[in-house]
Design a protein around this ligand. Structure first.
Ligand code: ADP
Ligand code: MG
Length: 633
């Protein structure tokens, strides 16, 4: 190795420094995973070479036997992991080993608590990859060269993992990457053939490439060169093996490799399809949401293989957006090796695989919901909001997705989202044709909304939606199992037989009595409201606002408005509770001005109760105070 020009010392990105410090500390109890991470990177690098090699055979430089080598040197106290994969250019080294490109890094670092157990989990979830080498090494050297570049384009990167790294251009005849860990004091346990092999078998057996080590030397006189390579791992694609042969641990370790996760998955589904089309899918549901779950541009995690050759990360082509939490592989026997992203989008084979994949994943979730409800509940907590995008995105599977949704409900005393539509239906009252729901800014606002009053009185369950996406969801999910989903804040509520006869009778009687008052209030409020009418919904509150059946609800309107959309202004309907003393009082009010004040106050109150903002809060306060002053002292 001849040292040539251009040596520099550079600072790590601040986030890297912070992460390194935390990681060494919190992952120490699990330090052997450094090997898994480095092998995983070597395997990714070989996959990338295979893919680029499809269109440029020269990248192989005459050596197409891809493999990963693990070795150690007792005297120098180093452990080395090398691969003959794609390698890195100088710019790539600086980008990959000096910064963290992950979105959400800052939020992640901010979310750390100082509580070691918790942080360890978070760091594991974030994934530390290459940097995990610093758990056991106080110096790491990386010597790498990008396939296709001349030997003089090698790069030597070196760091003690404190604040900076040195980088220089070196000569490297063989393409690929060599990572040399200079062990910290006290880490000599890794200078052991048996130990290293055990770690490889434990964590990296599923790696499809051979991971080789020198055969343990038998005699004194034997030189290094004389000993031959031995493959330590299984060295075949895990998903291509028979399901019966794969242990739970192997599935878990493979997941960590494809998903770049440190934690075990929540569940998996593996299927090998043979017939007119042959393909294998292995999908995992993670335990926890990744940090970029809400980053719309980042869609990774499902890898496409063609006959065991890695082609690309193709999550977008292989699964719809609402299943973007799924990780895994799809391996097709029928696609051409040179398949491009564009071709994938219009390929009939891919379409068939995609639709079967969706069914597999939904099947897995159904299975969890049925047989392991606790696991399903934990899935729902992490990913429920993503799944709620389903009914809007995937018309064909709407009913199946709807079955998997979970909601808060007036049936429960807390805000836990545990009620399935089927649970609701099993509790409907005799003659109840509809599934009722309410949407609100928050659980508390929805739960205490005046719109629920009559439902409480009649003992009818109402689902409570307070997620931003819920109103949007309901615009796509209007029916389930033959029952209409009905907002309690929309349309003219007709509970029919469900409403108690006495109450219905009373309202009927009031109708002619209040006719004039309603007209007067409408005149007084002008075009603030579309209509003023008698309510069937209220038992305690004097008034509430409702919308026409097909109008946008107040929450969705606010959400779209705040996102800068032009939302057509639809006037609400003011409904009055004729059994309320305030309304009765209004009925008797002769003073025109005071009548106007009462009307405005009722309207403003109703607006506040649905989480809305008053157009003129100062006037509301002034009117209210005027009327308060009328109270006897
Ligand atoms: P991740 O594997 O999750 O991307 P890592 O920290 O393990 O994160 O690696 C960071 C990046 O460094 C990789 O994405 C890859 O681009 C590069 N890299 C690491 N090891 C190798 C290697 N052996 N060969 C080529 N590139 C590598
Ligand atoms: Mg990695």
């Amino acid at each position: 190795m001849t040292v040539s020009a251009h040596k520099e010392t550079l600072d790590f990105q601040a986030e890297v420094r912070q992460l390194l410090k935390l990681m060494i500390h919190s992952l120490y109890s699990n330090k052997e995973i450094f090997l898994r991470e480095l092998i995983s990177n070597g395997s990714d690098a070989c996959d990338k070479l295979r893919f680029e090699g499809l269109s440029d055979d020269a990248l192989y430089e005459g050596d197409s036997e891809l493999k990963i080598r693990v070795s150690f040197d007792k005297a120098a106290r180093t452990v080395t992991v090398s691969d003959n994969g794609i390698g890195m250019s100088r710019a790539e080294v600086m980008e990959n080993l000096g910064t963290i490109a992950k979105s959400g890094t800052k939020q992640f670092l901010d979310s750390l608590t100082g509580d070691n157990a918790k942080d360890t989990r978070l760091i594991g979830q974030f994934g530390v990859g290459f940097y995990s080498g610093f758990i056991i090494a106080d110096k790491i050297s990386v010597i790498t060269r990008r396939a296709g570049l001349g030997a003089e384009h090698g790069v030597h990167w070196e760091s003690d993992g404190e604040g900076s790294y040195a980088i220089e251009t070196v000569e490297k005849p063989a393409r690929g990457t060599e990572v040399i860990l200079h062990l910290r004091e006290g880490e000599d346990e890794f200078l052991d053939d048996f130990r290293l092999r055990a770690i490889i078998r434990k964590y990296s057996d599923h790696i499809a490439l051979p991971i080789v080590m020198k055969k343990a030397s038998k005699g004194e006189g034997e030189t290094e060169a004389a000993t031959e390579d031995e493959t330590v791992n299984h060295a075949s694609a895990l998903w291509a093996r028979s399901k019966k042969e794969i242990s739970a641990e192997e599935y878990n370790e493979f997941y960590k490799h494809v998903a770049h996760d440190f934690e075990d998955p929540l569940a998996h589904v593996h299927s090998q399809v043979e017939g007119r089309q042959s393909y294998t899918t292995l999908f995992y549901v993670p335990q926890r949401a990744s940090f970029d779950l809400w980053d719309r541009d980042k869609r990774q995690g499902v890898k496409l293989y063609v006959r065991r050759v890695f082609i690309m990360d193709a999550a977008e082509q292989l699964l719809p957006n609402y299943l973007r939490f799924v990780r895994g592989v799809v391996d097709s026997d029928d696609l051409p090796l040179n398949v491009s992203r564009e071709i994938l989008q219009h390929n009939r084979n891919v379409e068939a695989i995609r639709s079967a994949s969706v069914k597999k994943v939904l099947g897995l979730l159904e299975d969890l919901a049925k047989n392991e409800p606790e696991k399903y509940q934990s899935f729902w907590q992490e990913f429920g909001r993503v799944l709620k995008e389903g009914p809007g995105e995937d018309f064909g599977n709407r009913e199946r997705i709807a079955k998997l949704l979970r909601f808060a409900s007036t049936h429960n005393s807390d805000d836990a989202e545990t009620v399935a539509l089927d649970d609701y239906i099993s509790r409907t009252k005799e003659g109840q044709e509809k599934i009722y729901y309410i949407t609100g800014e928050s659980y508390a606002a929805a739960k205490n909304s005046p719109h629920l009053e009559v439902f409480r009185r009649e003992g009818i369950e109402v689902l409570i939606f307070s997620d931003r996406i819920d109103e949007w969801l309901m615009s796509h999910l209007t029916e389930y199992a033959g029952k209409t989903l009905q907002s309690v804040a929309k349309g003219s509520l007709d509970l029919g037989k469900l409403e108690s006869e006495a109450a219905a009778e009373e309202i009927k009687k009031a109708e002619s009595e209040f006719k004039d008052v309603l007209t007067r209030i409408k005149e007084s409020l002008g075009d603030k409201v579309q209509e003023v009418r008698i309510s069937h919904r209220l038992t305690d509150s004097p008034a509430c606002l409702v919308r026409e059946e097909h109008d946008m609800g107040a929450g969705l309107r606010r959400m779209l408005k705040s996102a800068g959309h032009d939302v057509p202004d639809v006037k609400p309907i003011l409904e009055l509770n004729v059994t309320h003393p305030l309304v009765a009082r209004l009925h008797k009010e002769q003073n025109e001005r005071r009548f106007g004040d009462w009307s405005s106050i009722l309207f403003d109150q109703a607006t506040l109760a649905e989480g809305g903002q008053l157009e003129d809060p100062a006037s509301f306060v002034a009117r209210l105070n005027d009327l308060l002053l009328l109270l006897p002292e």
